[in-house]
Design a protein around this ligand. Structure first.
Ligand code: PEP
Ligand code: MN
Length: 349
């Protein structure tokens, strides 16, 4: 339920509305908009009598039923786009943000060279897994804290913001102490304890779509994070499993405008996991931006042939650099710009 307040509603009137809702056993979130504020009512099922009483209170313009199971994530509750601020790099505004880096952090030399190369080409954030969820237990599972230290060193040298995966709720403090963004991987999209600890942290969360998740399930996963008080959620489409085998996953680019319609949260696209083939990545980067994505997250490796994970879908420095001018042109064609540099924003949001 959404309570639309009169633009002239006084603080006391708003307090009274909040109290009535809380006396009925439900929570509220106030969303202050330009000229008009709304109160979102959290909880279910809401008794009919509540709709009627609240609609009669002074300061209330209208009470609207929201049938969606996700509330905080929905555009009904929060009509304007959310802009997630990653320590000065804004995701969800007019600028398209590029995140790049290896699948896994392997060596200091690997991550530092990659960081410098992607920065040179126009990326503003560095990705790299230190804790890796691997389908087989015998594959490289990441360097753990050593990998996080290498990422921090790369940030120190380049100013790039760091994105790395949180695999286990017990690592939340450790990973948060190094990273700028907590990535929740596809395999953990429905790990509700992990979502809740990420929701209790003060770091932005990059929530990947589960490989068999419907969009509604994905938005409900984001609701878990937001329900804990963390509103800084970035969704990431990374492909879903279908009957197709030539590509690793089927990159569902229609999810971008669907999510934009249903939610106020920013959405970025991962064409690397989305296709599994490096030579398909550049065209999907263009398509994602054309379709309205707020950013890209792309795997880049100094030497994909020897990568310890996901080499086949990783771009070389040269191929990554070559793909960026096209991304800029497409961004411009859809009325956006690509974020330049890691310092202060160049364009107003
Ligand atoms: C990754 O980003 O390297 C990763 C493991 O991605 P996903 O969770 O989308 O498979
Ligand atoms: Mn990977």
């Amino acid at each position: 339920m959404i309570i639309v307040l009169e633009p002239t509603a006084s603080d006391d009137q708003v307090k009274d509305v909040v109290k009535r809702v809380s006396d009925a056993g439900f929570g509220t979130r106030q969303i202050v908009g330009e000229g008009q504020s709304i109160l979102g009512v959290l909880g279910t099922p809401l008794p009919d009598v509540l709709y009627e009483t609240l609609g009669l209170l002074p300061g209330v313009q209208q009470v609207i039923r929201v049938s969606k199971r996700y509330k905080l994530v929905s555009r009904d509750f929060h009509p304007s786009n959310t802009i997630v601020d990653v320590d000065g790099v804004k995701v969800g505004g007019s600028e398209v943000v590029i995140i790049a880096g290896p699948c896994s952090v392997e060596t200091e030399d690997q991550i530092l060279r990659t960081a410098h190369a992607i920065k040179e080409s126009g990326a503003t954030m560095l990705r790299g897994g230190a804790f890796k969820p691997r389908t087989s237990p015998y594959e490289f599972r990441g360097l753990g804290e050593k990998g996080l230290q290498m990422l921090a060193k790369a940030r120190e040298e380049t100013g790039l913001k760091i994105v790395t995966e949180l695999l286990n709720p017990t690592d939340i403090d450790l990973v948060s102490s190094y990273t700028d963004v907590l990535q929740i991987g596809a395999r953990n999209m429905q790990n509700y304890q992990l979502l809740e600890v990420a929701g209790q942290s003060n770091k932005p969360v990059l929530l990947k779509r589960g490989m068999s998740a419907q969009i509604e399930e994905w938005l409900l996963a984001a609701e878990y994070v937001m329900a804990q008080g963390n509103e800084q959620v970035i969704l990431c489409e990374r492909g879903i499993r279908t009957y197709e085998t030539i590509t690793r996953n089927t990159l569902d680019l229609s999810a971008v405008p669907v999510v934009k319609r249903l939610s106020h949260l920013p959405i970025i696209v991962d064409p690397s996991h989305g296709t599994g083939k490096w030579y398909l990545v550049p065209s999907m980067m263009l398509a994602a931006v054309a379709g309205g994505a707020d950013g890209l997250i792309v795997e880049v490796h100094p030497n994909p042939d020897t990568a310890l994970s996901d080499g086949g879908q990783s771009l070389t420095f040269e191929n990554f650099a070559a793909s960026i001018p096209g991304v800029r042109s497409v961004a411009q064609a859809v009325g956006r710009t690509v974020r330049e540099g890691v310092g202060a924003a160049v364009a107003a949001d």
